[in-house]
Design a protein around this ligand. Structure first.
Ligand code: GRF
Length: 227
C-alpha cells in the first residue's frame, strides 16, 4: 500500500479525540505526535503524558509543549497490580479516546488492555511480526535482514502481536549496526506514528480480525467533497 493511500487532509468539523500518551524515556515519538497535533494534522488533543519513571526527556518535552505530565513511578508501588490499579484509576479520570504507547517500556496489564481494546496504539521498531519484544534493532542486525522498519499497531493481549495499522521500511546496509539502524528507523517512526494517529482520530481505522481496513475520508473530513 502506498503512502498516498494513507494521505490525510487537515481535519474539519471533527470532534477532537482525547489522547493520552504513555512513555518511559526520550520521548521523540511523543514530540512527533505533539508537533503534528500543533500543526493541526491530527484532530485530537494530547490531554496528558504519563511517565513511569522520573527524569525522562519525554516529560521535559511535554512541559515545553505545555502538556500536563503525570508521573507514576513504578518503583513506588509494591506490586505490579498496585501500579496497574493507579494507572487504571488515572485513565478513568482522564477518559481517553486513544492511548498512545510511545516508547512505554512496560507490558500493560490485561485489565487495561481489555477495557481499552481498539483504543491503544503502539509503535515498534521492526517490521512485525519479525523481531517483537526487546532489542528489535539488535535482533534485525543479528539476523542479517536487508530491510527493516517500524510498525504501528493496535495493542492486544500479546507482545507486539496486535493488528497492524501501517508500516514503513528502511534498507539495512552491510555496515549498519544497532545504533545506525535505530537512527534510520526513528526517522520513519516519526512519520508513521502521527499518520496512524491522524487516521484513528478521523475514525478511518476498522479492525476485522487481524486486518485493519482503511476507510475512505468522509465528507465531514474531506474539504474537497461537497457539503
Ligand atoms: C522507539 O524506537 C519506539 O519504536 C520504541 O521505543 C522507542 C522510543 O523512542 N517502542 P522515543 O522515546 O519515542 O524517542
Amino acid at each position: 500500500m502506498t503512502d498516498n493511500h494513507y494521505r490525510y487532509d487537515p481535519p474539519i468539523n471533527t470532534t477532537m479525540k482525547r489522547i493520552v500518551v504513555l512513555a518511559s524515556g526520550r520521548g521523540s515519538n511523543f514530540l512527533a505526535v505533539a508537533s503534528a497535533i500543533e500543526r493541526g494534522e491530527i484532530s485530537g488533543r494530547c490531554i496528558r503524558l504519563i511517565v513511569d519513571r522520573p527524569g525522562t526527556l519525554a516529560a521535559v518535552r511535554a512541559e515545553e509543549q505545555k502538556i500536563p505530565v503525570s508521573l507514576l513511578h513504578y518503583s513506588d508501588f509494591s506490586t505490579k497490580a498496585d501500579y496497574e490499579k493507579a494507572l487504571s484509576d488515572l485513565l478513568h479520570m482522564l477518559n481517553p479516546d486513544l492511548i498512545v504507547l510511545a516508547g512505554y517500556m512496560r507490558i500493560l496489564g490485561l485489565g487495561i488492555i481489555r477495557e481499552y481494546s481498539g483504543k491503544i496504539i503502539n509503535i515498534h521498531p521492526s517490521l512485525l511480526p519479525a523481531f517483537p519484544g526487546l532489542n528489535a534493532h539488535g535482533q534485525a542486525i543479528a539476523y542479517g535482514v536487508r530491510v527493516s522498519g517500524c510498525t504501528v499497531h493496535f495493542v492486544d493481549e500479546g507482545t507486539d502481536t496486535g493488528p497492524i495499522i501501517l508500516q514503513r521500511c528502511v534498507s539495512v546496509a552491510e555496515d549498519d549496526d544497532e545504533v545506525t539502524l535505530a537512527d534510520k528507523i526513528l526517522v520513519e517512526e516519526h512519520i508513521a506514528f502521527p499518520m496512524a494517529i491522524a487516521l484513528f482520530c478521523q475514525n478511518r481505522l476498522k479492525v476485522f480480525g487481524r486486518k485493519v481496513i482503511l476507510l475512505p475520508q468522509s465528507s465531514e473530513h474531506n474539504p474537497h467533497e461537497g457539503h
